[in-house]
Write a protein that binds this ligand. Structure first.
Ligand code: 5GP
Length: 174
């Protein structure tokens, strides 16, 4: 496997995050917003998106492990790190790097909604098209991409390439 061509440039990502941040700012003005980033992948999106949100947001993180091979999600999710904070009566926005099968987000929505937040919404930078998934209402969407394995901007291949400032395809993944 090797890193293929750039799919989304750093500039395109920043422009998109600025749009998403503006929409979030408008929607949550006057509300107390908690951003929940899903580690490890979403830490880059979270940092850059949050700086385009013009509100006094708070941050929390969950770490999730999805069983399966390096490049395919299995849908079986284990919480490695739970939230530090209670979310009852808070406005919560889950920030995810990429939605593939949607199983991780489906699990998280179920897990967090029983804690009775005031609202629970989703933001995702990348959404893979052409993948069958449960219906998910993603309020803040970045880019729709073909169903290829990608790296960079927080996304890894065997733990590496998360620091690429752009999103790239990986060659040699079926
Ligand atoms: P889902 O549960 O939606 O199938 O998968 C979500 C998680 O799988 C993402 O948060 C990410 O960690 C991982 N994932 C899905 N597709 C890709 C991909 O193309 N590249 C990388 N590096 N990780 C992916």
């Amino acid at each position: 496997m090797k890193i293929g061509k750039e799919m989304i440039s750093a500039q395109e990502i920043d422009d998109k995050l600025a749009e998403m941040g503006a929409a979030i700012t408008a929607d949550y003005r006057g509300k107390d917003l908690l951003l929940v980033g899903i580690l490890k992948g979403a830490f880059v999106v979270m940092a850059d998106l949050a700086r385009h949100i013009d509100l006094p947001v708070e941050f929390d993180f969950m770490a999730i492990s999805s069983y399966g091979s390096a490049t395919k999600s299995s849908g079986v999710v284990r919480i490695l790190k739970d939230l530090d904070q209670e979310i009852a009566d808070r406005h919560v926005l889950i920030v995810e790097d990429i939605v593939d099968t949607g199983l991780t987000l489906q699990y998280l929505l179920k897990n967090l909604s029983v804690r009775k937040p005031a609202s629970l919404s989703l933001a995702a930078l990348l959404i893979k098209d052409g993948v069958e998934r449960p219906p998910l209402d993603i309020a803040y969407e970045g880019f729709h991409i073909p169903p290829k394995f990608v790296v960079g901007y927080g996304l890894d291949l065997d733990g590496k390439y998360r620091n690429l400032p752009y999103v790239a395809e990986v060659e040699g993944v079926d």
